[in-house]
Design a protein around this ligand. Structure first.
Ligand code: CU1
Length: 528
């Protein structure tokens, strides 16, 4: 403490906006990541609502197909790179030093730089879209978030902006990952071995290693696109001896592990929430750790299940089918551990617990429908239709939104010193659940009936389900406004939070049953 004070006496204290621009404090940077991520959630969400408004009826009412293509592309890129990853990085910044017993992240200035690359990248991505609305230029990138060649080679200059944005987003997440890894490996409290480290930290460690593995590959890929576009190379041009399918391999080598980049931080955070509201330590600590590492390893060897419809030898189809299905084993281990934590617990369902359970149930549906798509024989029926769209929204919304909201609601009292408005939190939860299911259950059905994705029009026969889906989307969008209001309200004031904010938070949520307590299904373990 005295050491800190001597340092402070010599440090300069910028105020106003400079306080935020120059900050190296992990909580400040964590808060900025969260604010940035939630701003992008609203931006990407507004685009989703524009898409659903167009799809409310068959026919073209509000926009031309070119504009629709920009919307679906930006919605995808913004939600993955602008919302989901920054929110997870925000949680890591805020909580990692605390769960490790470290004074800050290991590399505070790198941390600052990593964050401040993000806003210019977001501007880079969205600027051509805004200019396009005013008739300047050809609009934003319109290839779909997968940026498949040869479309991405021929697309307008929005694509160049997207390439530079992807480079910056990649640099940002690599810097963040380096910081997470260095912090975890070097700054744990004395005696905290890796196998005694909270699950939260394991989730982020696997994620960070995955990101450092995959983001440079994507950066190399989009650089090859840039070279093909402007410097006469033919990496993806069959006429010049290249191969457009090469792009698909490069993209999905990043794209599939990305799903686990979005899942694993939540898989690390949620056990702490369900443990607190079950009044039990997390069940199966070691099993969960090994499962997360198994997911991390398998994640990088299954990417071509996204390419069954691109043409592939039978042997390769079988390999990618079985390896993909293999991931459901460690995932099932995580599910069983979460459920076993709940089992015979003294449960209560405050807002964070509702969101955690909502995540488990709905993500289960994402996983099960993923098994359908992993089947190389079934996939061609569903791959280019709405079944796939519904599947990945069931995989990603529960994790990135419900899961991170569980964590945010859970830790807001710790961050702000105030309790959240419990009634508003529960209202948010139930409206979000109704809105989400109303949006995406119809998409499973029209998908099975053959409605293609990425097209702004559809046959009359799909009209009713699409109308319901659009109504659901607006309900879901509204629920997020309640969330924002609740967060702002909590930051500005409210009932004072005790040091143990939640009645359930007895400290057990940080306790590791390693070795597992005897018969933890039957008895409440005694932790001294
Ligand atoms: Cu995948």
């Amino acid at each position: 403490m005295s050491h800190e004070m001597t340092l402070d006496a010599h440090a300069h204290h910028p105020s106003g906006i400079r306080r935020w621009i120059e900050t190296t404090n992990h909580k400040d940077i964590g808060a900025m990541y969260l604010i940035f991520g939630l701003t992008m959630l609203m931006t990407g969400g507004a685009m989703a609502l524009a898409i659903r408004a167009e799809l409310f009826q068959p026919g073209l009412q509000l926009m031309q197909p070119e504009f629709y293509n920009q919307l679906i592309t930006l919605h995808g890129l913004i939600m993955v790179f602008g919302f989901a990853m920054p929110v997870a990085t925000g949680l890591a910044n805020y909580m990692l030093p605390m769960v490790l017993g470290a004074p800050d992240m290991a590399l505070p200035r790198l941390n600052n730089w990593g964050f401040w690359i993000l806003p210019p990248a977001a501007v880079m991505l969205v600027l051509p879209f805004v200019l396009g609305i005013f008739g300047i230029g050809s609009g934003a990138v319109d290839t779909g978030w997968t940026m498949y060649a040869p479309l991405s080679i021929q697309s307008g200059w929005g694509m160049d902006f997207a390439i530079f944005a992807v480079h910056m987003l990649g640099v940002s997440s690599i810097l963040g990952s380096i910081n997470v890894i260095v912090t975890i490996l070097n700054m744990r409290a004395p005696g905290m071995t890796l196998m005694k480290m909270p699950l939260f930290a394991h989730g982020f460690l696997v994620t960070a290693i995955l990101l450092i593995t995959i983001m440079p590959v994507l950066a190399g890929g989009v650089t090859m696109v840039l070279l093909d576009r402007h410097f006469g190379t033919h990496f993806f041009n069959a006429a010049g001896g290249g191969d457009p399918v090469l792009w698909q391999h490069i993209f999905w080598f990043m794209g599939h592990p990305e799903v686990y980049v979005l899942l694993l931080p939540i898989a690390g955070a949620v056990p702490h929430v369900i443990s607190a509201f079950s009044r039990k330590p997390s069940y199966g600590y070691k099993a969960q750790v090994y499962a997360m590492w198994a997911i991390g390893v398998l994640a990088v060897v299954v990417w071509a299940h996204h390419m069954f419809t691109s043409g592939m030898s039978t042997g390769a189809q079988l390999y990618f089918m079985y390896s993909t299905m293999l991931i459901s084993l460690p995932l099932a281990v995580l599910f069983f551990c979460w459920i076993a934590t709940l089992w015979r617990g003294s449960l209560s369902f405050e807002t964070p617990m509702l969101f955690a359970v909502g995540f488990i149930v709905l993500f289960g549906w994402g996983g099960l429908t993923g098994l359908v798509l992993a089947d190389a024989a079934a996939d061609p029926q569903y791959h280019n239709g709405y079944f796939l769209v519904a599947h990945f929204h069931y995989a990603l919304y529960p994790t990135t939104a419900l899961g991170s909201m569980a964590a945010i609601y859970y830790w807001l009292p710790k961050w702000t010193g105030h309790m959240i408005d419990e009634r508003l939190g529960r209202l948010h939860f139930w409206i979000a659940i109704v809105g989400f299911n109303l949006t995406f259950i119809p998409q499973f059905l029209v998908g099975l009936a053959g409605m293609p994705r990425r097209i702004p029009d559809y046959p009359l026969i799909f009209a009713q389900w699409n109308m319901l889906s659009s109504i659901g989307a607006f309900v879901l969008g509204f629920s997020h406004l309640i969330f924002l209001y609740n967060v702002v309200k909590c930051v500005r004031g409210g009932k004072k939070a005790e040091s143990r904010a939640w009645e359930g938070a007895t400290g057990l949520e940080w306790t590791l049953p390693s070795p597992a307590p005897y018969h933890s299904f039957q008895v409440q373990p005694v932790i001294e």
